[in-house]
Design a protein around this ligand. Structure first.
Ligand code: IDC
Length: 304
């Protein structure tokens, strides 16, 4: 629980201690906020006033989802300009910024290893003096062929040193196989770096007790977990919204001091979007919030 808003200037460099985040003087930290939708599609909601409105609701983090495919980074390098701008605007508001390498249909993070290496080397150099930047190196590895030991772990072992070389103290979030659900598999064979967290992704209309059990098991094995993406909808981003199920999830996260980002801050016509279609770019207000947006923003203060 947080009863007062605190950001980067107060907490400074974060660290992973045991399974949770602590700040520069050892205080416990929980980050809560929104995730952007794909930066190639909805950059207009990942900038100044829009991010500020989430801060005013209590958010202390913003996740910037840079898709690799579907018109994202791999075929459209210009997206970086909007990513940098979103990170800068987030930092300007004294909030933590997560730079997310949003793999999805490109199931295996190793498939774009070279591009990921160059991207993370450059971006961690650019933000080397910013304690507010967190790196999420692969959104959701998936596919039956993609395993922790053969694909995701080797990818993380190659990428993390590039980030650490520039920004030695940064927090790195690592996606798990099976759309960032198999946290227990990562927990059983952890990475040997400090300040690593494994991401747990869930959608309240699809995932429930079974995934929470996996997460509990991972925590018991000593794995630090960050719920860097969750939705009030079903896993396809639509359906519902499932607010009772979301309540159960948020209580679970709260109990375990797990930080979270909600998908997504956009006005797409799908129930997981926090804004109703045709919300004004960068200057939306409460009247533009969808049912999901109203619910999630009311939970951002951390008082559940
Ligand atoms: C969804 C978007 C949807 C888009 C689709 C494919 O909500 O508008 O058409 O991606 O790009 C995830 C992914 C996230 C998905 C989301 C909902 O990380 O990119 O967004 N989801 O399906 N994992 C589980 C669910």
């Amino acid at each position: 629980m947080i009863d007062e808003w605190h950001g980067v200037s107060y907490h400074g460099n974060l660290e992973v201690s045991d399974v949770n985040l602590i700040d520069q003087v050892g205080r416990s930290v929980v980050l809560r906020g929104m995730s952007s939708h794909g930066m190639q599609w909805y950059p207009q909601f990942a900038r100044c006033e829009s991010i500020l409105t989430t801060k005013q609701a209590g958010a202390n983090v913003f996740r910037i989802a840079m898709y690799t495919e579907e018109g994202g980074y791999l075929t459209n390098r210009a997206v970086i300009k909007d990513v940098i701008r979103a990170v800068d605007d987030t930092l300007m508001h004294d909030m933590y910024a997560i730079v997310d390498w949003h793999i999805l249909y490109d199931n295996d993070p190793l498939s774009h290893m070279k591009e990921a290496r160059i991207f993370f080397d450059n971006i961690s150099k650019h933000y080397k003096d910013s304690p507010g930047v967190i790196y999420e190196i692969c959104n959701e590895p998936n596919g039956t062929e993609v395993t922790w030991s053969k694909n995701v772990k080797p990818y993380a072992q190659k990428i993390i040193p590039y980030i650490r070389n520039n920004s030695p103290d940064s927090i790195v979030l690592v996606g798990c196989p099976n759309w960032s659900q198999d946290v227990d598999i990562c927990a059983a064979d952890p990475l040997e770096f400090d300040n690593i967290m494994y991401t747990l992704h869930f959608y309240a209309g699809t995932h429930g007790d079974e995934l929470r059990s996996k997460c509990k098991k991972a925590i018991e094995m000593g794995a630090p977990i960050f719920a860097s993406e969750w939705g009030t909808s079903a896993a396809d981003g639509n359906g519902g919204v499932f607010l009772n199920e979301s309540d159960v999830w948020l209580n679970f996260l709260d109990k375990h001091h797990i930080s979270w980002c909600n998908w997504s801050l956009a006005d797409r016509d799908e129930t997981s979007a926090a804004l109703l279609p045709s919300a004004p770019p960068d200057s939306w207000t409460e009247t533009n919030l969808s049912q999901s947006g109203q619910y999630v923003l009311s939970k951002l203060s951390g008082i559940i």
